[in-house]
Ligand binder design. Structure first.
Ligand code: BGC
Ligand code: NOJ
Length: 812
């Protein structure tokens, strides 16, 4: 069952039934001011940090889930409704929510009165702009009231949700004309406040929640709205809000537009006040002046559209399947940018009060957006590397506001350092900017202790070499990519966090997955050394890699697939010898991506085992058989009921590793089959089962052992976005960035006839036409650049601003 449809022309998902199986959200904002908005106008805003600068309030574990938001209410002679259906839930004659690139447009209509609200965060603006358009489609005069509503958060979202004994006494507002200023704690140490305004004079206002709602009412029936009379309340403590009341009259056919602005302001400490207790409103007034008229909003909207046109123009596909086009051209790229901006902080599954930015996560996210914003990717790499320790190890996460490593989760996740090689290598492939390697970068953010980025990569590489276990495989530390495989943890206390609990002394568990990573990204390090002319450096590193390969041949292969790890007692994890968890997806994907087993058939055998044991209707599960009881020596993985999350859930993040592996053995049909199974637009028809948004990936889909196979959770903020984009664009469609050009190596279903990719690369444009006359899966038979035949499959870098025709003929 569907709840809407894609509008490809406008790059929107159009929701036409407000009762989606879960709130379907969108993100507003690209730089500093961000909002989350659901299809029924729920959600909240924050400035840069979802925990420390939360602007509007959101209640966790709310019922209904998305209650609380940026609401509008209409009261026409006692008939009360909201354009987003919620919170009033009066049946609408027409409802539509268009989630687009950085904006959402929600429209409701009752009795031929239409209310459309466009929500957006303009580029370079620290605020959310809402344009409300009211249209009288009937042939009689209409007069009604419009109420707005937001509820302020007292800045620190965690404190706001917990510290009521203090917070109920601190709230403060100021009111000037149609503007409500939220200034809690500004009187003391804060140098920031927020405001909510409308570009017309108002009939009434409210700033105290209980006065506006009435103590025993919910958002669905605020007393002020139901009685059509603002209380003109002035909040002192309790819960400050902002609500405007405007009376509107519309002749038949007439329309009216209003502009609301929710803004965030920082003021230099010396200029904080203009009078006793009076905040300095100048910066807010300057912001408001930018959005006085409808034209101002239209201009910002057009700028945003142009911004996204530009971003998305770097990689555009023309393929016969519209689902694939919309994933590649629009939604997957959009999600990659969202993960770049938000990491894992704020969604409807991430509270925004928990994690910082992950070292591992942010490096992987980068491979999905480096082509769009290479400059910001460069900064991001430096930021991440600046948190690295001198010995090559890493904090597991860092705070976006301070950019400092965060000890809350600790370190010793031994895969972390290697991801820095992946991101840097992909950055260089995209941009050719080798100078990044000479950049001086601190260790642990200590500016007095710096080394080049190249040196950081080297430390990442040798961190593995220096941390080997009894089989000479890499020590796993707290965990590798799979945060839930906690082999040194041995947690017995209920509620103890597996990631932060002190590991047992002298943990010797080893990871075959990290060994695979070491071969793959170690090899990237070797190639980088060679490019820099560091031959002996390269040879030394290559020596370590070949030793690791030998060790893996001896201890990493189980007979029909790659072993996953060795536990604390030296026993295999992910082996036929195990009772449960005989096979894991991660080591199959990573080892084959590293090229292990490609020559001797083990890769093919392992992929057959994946197909046999891990594949199901909805994707590839993480492990099999699922764990049916808690195994203390394995940790969190065995805490999840079978089929969910890391215990045999379909972890969409590592499905693309198998897709890439299938392309490496030349099996385009298998790669495509796996891609299609989890690619959101292909799942639109089962939206009721899938539950999460059909336009973005979710971290996890319940696997074959679950009670609800096919049901997804944790949409939006997941490494799934970047890995799937990377797999489909670079390995299936096969336009791979390389140091000296574009490497063309499609591995596609045999039935495909061809497709066109428009790629901007190093300042030039390439119009790449792939044809498949012999219906093969892979193999470039002929390659032409501007009519000239090329040997091999590398398209060299062309002159800046040139437009180039590339013809690719597949065949044997
Ligand atoms: C989740 C993992 C996550 C980890 C760290 C676990 O509970 O299952 O997916 O990476 O927490 O936050
Ligand atoms: C989610 C985390 O963000 C990521 O870092 C981890 O690799 C996966 N879960 C798997 O546990």
């Amino acid at each position: 069952m569907k709840f809407g449809h894609f509008d490809d022309q406008n790059r929107e998902y159009v929701i036409t039934n407000p009762r989606t199986p879960y709130p379907w959200i969108n993100y507003l904002g690209c730089e500093e001011f961000f909002s989350i908005i659901t299809n029924t106008a729920g959600g909240y805003s924050f400035y840069r940090d979802a925990r420390l600068r939360r602007i509007t309030r959101y209640r966790y574990n709310n019922v209904p889930v998305d209650d609380g938001g940026k609401y509008f209410y209409i009261n026409e002679n006692g008939n009360v409704w909201s354009p987003g259906w919620k919170p009033v839930k009066t049946e609408l004659d027409r409802y539509e929510c268009r989630h687009g690139m950085g904006y959402s447009r929600i429209t409701g209509e009752v009795d031929q009165l239409e209310a459309e609200v466009l929500y957006l965060v303009p580029l370079g603006y620290r605020g959310e702009v809402q344009k409300v358009k009211l249209t009288n489609h009937s042939n009689r005069k209409r007069s009604f009231s419009l109420f707005s509503f937001v509820e302020w958060c007292l800045w620190d979202a965690l404190d706001d949700n917990t510290n009521f004994q203090r917070n109920f006494s601190t709230g403060q507002v100021e009111i000037v004309g149609s503007t409500i200023y939220h200034k809690t704690e500004y009187r003391e140490r804060r140098d920031h406040y927020a405001f909510y305004t409308v570009n017309e004079s108002v009939t009434g206002l409210d700033t105290d929640r209980d006065a506006f709602l009435g103590l025993y009412n919910g958002f669905d029936a605020p007393g002020a709205v139901m009685e059509c009379r603002s209380r003109n309340s002035h909040a002192h403590g309790w819960s400050p809000i902002a609500s405007h009341h405007l009376r509107v009259e519309l002749e038949p056919g007439e329309e009216k537009e209003l502009v609301f602005v929710l803004g965030y302001v920082e003021v230099p400490v010396a200029d904080k006040f203009t009078g006793k207790q009076e905040i300095n409103k100048r910066p807010a007034e300057d912001m408001m002046a930018l959005f006085r008229s409808n034209g101002d909003v239209d201009r910002a909207y057009n700028e945003l559209a142009a911004f996204w046109d530009e971003l998305l123009s770097v990689y555009q596909l023309e393929h016969p399947e519209e689902e694939l086009n919309r994933a590649v051209n629009t939604w997957n790229q959009y999600q990659c940018m969202i993960t770049f901006n938000f990491s894992r902080s704020a969604s409807f599954f991430e509270s925004g009060i928990g994690r910082g930015m992950g070292f591992r996560d942010s490096n992987q996210d980068l491979i999905g957006f480096v082509h769009q914003v290479p400059g910001r990717a460069r900064d991001r790499i430096i930021d991440i590397a600046s948190t690295q320790f001198e010995d090559g190890g890493a904090y597991h996460q860092y705070q976006p506001l301070t950019k400092k490593g965060n000890d809350a989760v600790g370190s010793n996740f031994n895969d972390d350092p290697l991801w820095l090689i992946l991101s840097t290598d992909e950055y260089i492939r995209e941009t050719g900017d080798w100078s990044i390697l000479d950049e001086m970068v601190p260790f642990d953010n200590d500016d007095s202790n710096q080394a080049t980025l190249f040196e950081h990569l080297k430390r990442s590489f040798y961190h593995v070499v220096e941390n080997l276990g009894p089989h000479q495989l890499p020590l796993i530390g707290r965990a590798d990519w799979n945060d839930c495989l906690n082999l040194n943890c041995f947690s017995e206390a209920p509620g103890e966090a597996f990631q932060t609990t002190e590991n047992s002394e002298g943990g010797v568990a080893e990871s075959v997955f990290i060994a695979g990573m070491f071969v793959l990204y170690g090899d990237a390090f070797v190639q980088i050394c060679r490019k820099l002319g560091l031959e002996s450096e390269a040879a030394e590193a290559a020596g370590h890699i070949s030793v690791m390969k030998k060790v893996m041949n001896e201890h990493g292969w189980d007979g029909r697939w790659f072993v996953r790890a060795y536990d604390h007692f030296g026993k295999k994890v992910g082996s036929d010898e195990c009772e449960e968890g005989k096979i894991f997806i991660e080591s199959q994907g990573m080892c084959i991506m590293a090229g292990i087993g490609l020559e001797d058939g083990r890769a093919r055998t392992a992929l057959d085992s994946v197909k046999d044991r891990l594949d199901c209707e909805y994707g590839i599960v993480l492990n099999n058989p699922a764990f049916t009881s808690y195994i203390v020596k394995y940790g969190e993985i065995s805490t999840y009921p079978e089929g969910y999350k890391e215990n045999a859930g379909i972890f969409c993040h590592n499905n693309p590793w198998i897709m890439i592996a299938e392309t490496l053995v030349g099996n385009g049909d298998a790669a495509w089959d796996y891609f299609r199974k989890i690619c959101p637009p292909y799942l639109e028809a089962i939206s009721d089962l899938h539950k999460t948004e059909p336009y973005v990936y979710s971290q996890m889909i319940a696997g074959k052992d679950a009670f609800t196979p096919g049901e997804a959770k944790n949409s939006w903020l997941t490494g799934t976005a970047s890995w799937n984009f990377y797999a489909v664009t670079q390995f299936i469609l096969g336009i791979r960035t390389d140091y000296d050009g574009l490497r063309i190596n499609p591995v596609v279903p045999e039935a495909w006839d061809g497709y066109v990719v428009r790629r901007k690369f190093r300042g030039a444009s390439y119009h790449i036409e792939v044809t498949n006359p012999d219906h093969v899966s892979c193999g470039v038979k002929e390659l032409y650049l501007n009519g000239n035949r090329l040997d091999g499959n590398l398209v060299p870098i062309c002159k800046e601003d040139s437009v180039n025709q590339v013809k690719v003929v597949l065949g044997n």
